[in-house]
Design a protein around this ligand. Structure first.
Ligand code: PRX
Length: 633
């Protein structure tokens, strides 16, 4: 049984043990799983290459631990509870037995289509049960899944397919989300037209049944391939350090990188963190509203909950359809015990008025979770008072695609709570704060750059196809430390408060984006000479996107031009990257070495032009006044 901490005193005791004897601690946690062969050594690591290996020599398959292991004890318990977009359609249930059978059938279908251990399979699917089933089917046969959020454009999808040389795409015909009807397969076809030579097969799940084009020899229906397959499938034996999945995420430079997670450590850590943060108890109904296209969905809709034998809810829809009470209606209907969502959703619902939440009972809720961005105090209080009715603790979970699992958070009601503070590190996690010169900051009541100084089981191992990029991005800033890219404060009580990114990454509605990525997209417009993108505070989204654009010729109609730019960005990345504000400028503030001084642009974008600091070192100080006077409020 995975250890479940039940008091703050126990947390302190366990934390101490986990730091004094990490190998002993994690060996204990790992021993509750099924290993085909036990590990020879718990941990082997250095952060200089980096080269991190957990449960070295151990052999296992994560799906045997998510599914087979539970069959005897909880075969008839619901594993996945699917709530469709349309509130009038009934929820669909998959017991552990049924899920096991479906995963085996899908795994056999993948094998029949030539997918073998180590092959990469790309997913471009809405939140339907088949997505979870197919992801697990990949893991069952040792194929590496790369799930691409279905809001990304054909171009972004093609880039990700090509970066990992995926052999197959699994998609749906269409997707119904809220009132939107999205032609998912058509977007995959568009990606193929951009050139995805590695793709041999496209498996299409019939979701809405509306007509689509199927390309002979390449496109196959999911149901044709899966139905009739055997409901048993021998799981591939995986090394603890074999790749489990790739997930693309944005950084401050260049194209998104494929973060690589491996089997053994990811399994141990997602299960451990799930049970402790959410304090999941036998029989509880747990709901995380994220999309499986992001890490939160991987770790805390699929793997963590299933490893823990939980009932995990999968929701196809959006928080505001058919109205702003949908989340709460579903919580009451399904008697949800743990509810996990993002601050941006909380703020959006808060803005719709209290009546939407007040009419629901919500007494089943025991723990509320927040993830993806800093939660402001007002949203925190609203979540606590209106959703939790003052009875449920909020766990503000700080973590990243790269960390694989929750790093800093309360453990249900067992930790002290402070609005907007993530709190204390989980057992086994050793965060530290650094100054810019590379000194570790001791003591409390200080602010610095957030790093982690000891490996944890679910940390990233590499960035796909480019290990040097992994080293440079995360392990080169500070010797022997993983650098998160976030700034944080450790308060007088030793609790962490995440301040936000210190690099050129912005967080828009909980979606992580590189400013360079958005700039590259904007620069595709023929009139654009140069652009600079920054984030600015946004009431609902947390951060909005502000773009400064230089054009080669004067723009006749700025409205038309802005619309064209939005179209270009939607085409290159997807609608989530559309700038909220676009200001046409004649120049950008640059240092003598030609570097854009983003500090000034950020201040102007935030509407605060009172003190722009020293601009005398600029090559073109006069441009600042022009930018200020044209700023969009
Ligand atoms: O800046 C931090 C913010 O989200 C970043 C990671 O984004 P991503 O890899 O997309 O993963 C999001 C879901 C785990 C972090 O570097 N972030 C995440 N959680 C929090 C947060 N900021 C403040 N508080 C949080 N709880």
């Amino acid at each position: 049984m995975t250890l479940q901490i039940k008091s703050f005193d126990e947390y302190k005791e366990v934390y101490k043990r986990s730091v004094e004897d990490p190998e002993g601690f994690w060996a204990e946690q790992a021993s509750s799983f099924q290993w085909r062969k036990k590990w020879d050594k718990v941990l082997d690591w250095n952060f200089s290459e980096p080269n991190v290996n957990w449960f070295v020599g151990g052999k296992m398959n994560i799906t045997e631990n998510c599914l087979d292991r539970h069959l005897e004890e909880r075969g008839d318990q619901v594993a996945i509870l699917f709530e469709p977009n349309d509130p009038n359609e009934p929820a669909k249930e998959f017991t552990y037995k049924q899920l096991h059978a479906e995963v085996c059938k899908a795994a056999n279908a993948l094998r029949a289509n030539g997918i073998e251990k180590g092959d990469r399979v790309c997913f471009y699917m809405p939140m339907v049960p088949e997505l979870a089933i197919a992801v697990l089917a990949c893991a069952r046969i040792g194929a590496i899944h790369s799930v691409v959020f279905a809001g990304f454009s054909a171009q972004a999808l093609a880039d990700r397919i090509n970066d990992a040389s995926c052999k197959m795409v699994i998609c749906s015909d269409y997707n119904n989300r809220g009132t939107k009807h999205i032609p998912v397969k058509k977007i995959v076809d568009d990606a193929m037209a951009l050139g995805c030579d590695s793709i041999e097969t496209i498996l299409v799940h019939k979701n809405t049944g509306d007509s689509i084009e199927m390309v002979g020899g390449r496109d196959k229906w999911w149901h044709d391939e899966v139905e009739g397959q055997s409901t048993t499938c021998e799981a591939e034996e995986m090394d603890s350090e074999d790749m489990l999945f790739i997930l693309y995420t944005s950084g401050s430079t260049g194209k998104p990188k494929g973060v690589v997670h491996t089997c053994g450590g990811y399994m141990v850590y997602t299960a451990f963190s799930f049970k402790n943060v959410f304090q999941y108890e036998e029989g509880d109904i747990y709901w995380c509203t994220a999309d499986i296209g992001w890490i939160t969905g991987h770790s805390y809709i699929v793997y963590g909950p299933l490893l823990a034998g939980a009932t995990t809810v999968m929701f196809e829809g959006v928080p505001t359809y058919p109205d702003a009470g949908r989340f709460w209606q579903v919580c009451d209907k399904l008697k949800v015990n743990q509810f996990y969502t993002a601050p941006t959703a909380i703020r959006a619902l808060m803005a719709q008025g209290d009546e939407w939440v007040e009419k629901y009972d919500l007494s089943s809720i025991k723990v509320l979770g927040s993830v993806g961005e800093p939660i402001n105090e007002e949203a925190w209080e609203w979540y606590y008072d209106k959703v939790g009715k003052g009875n449920a603790p909020i766990v503000d979970t700080w973590w990243q695609t790269e960390t694989g699992g929750i790093m800093i958070s309360g453990l249900g009601s067992h930790s002290p709570m402070k609005p907007a503070h993530a709190g204390y590190p989980l057992p086994g996690i050793q965060p530290c704060l650094m100054d810019a010169d590379g000194n570790e900051l001791d003591g409390n009541d200080i602010e610095g750059l957030l790093c982690v100084k000891f490996p944890w089981p679910s940390m990233l191992r590499t960035t796909y196809g480019d290990h040097e990029r992994c080293r440079l991005t995360y392990f080169s800033h500070f010797e022997n430390k993983y650098f998160t890219g976030d700034g944080a404060r450790r308060d007088a009580d030793g609790m962490y408060r995440i301040i936000g990114r210190v690099d050129d990454v912005i967080n828009v509605s909980g979606h992580r984006m590189g400013t360079a990525e958005v700039e590259n997209a904007i620069n595709e417009h023929p009139l654009v000479v140069e652009s600079a993108v920054v984030g600015y505070p946004h009431d609902i989204k947390g951060q909005g996107i502000y773009a400064y654009v230089i054009t080669s010729d004067p723009v006749d109609d700025e409205d038309v031009f802005r619309k064209e730019l939005l179209k270009v960005v939607t085409k290159e990345i997807g609608p989530i990257a559309k700038p909220d504000k676009i200001q046409v400028v004649t120049g950008l503030p640059k240092t003598r070495s030609g570097k854009i001084m983003r500090r000034i642009l950020r201040k102007v974008a935030s509407g605060d032009t009172s003190n722009l600091g020293d601009t005398s070192t600029l090559l073109n100080p006069e441009i600042v006044e022009a930018i200020k006077s044209g700023a969009l409020g």
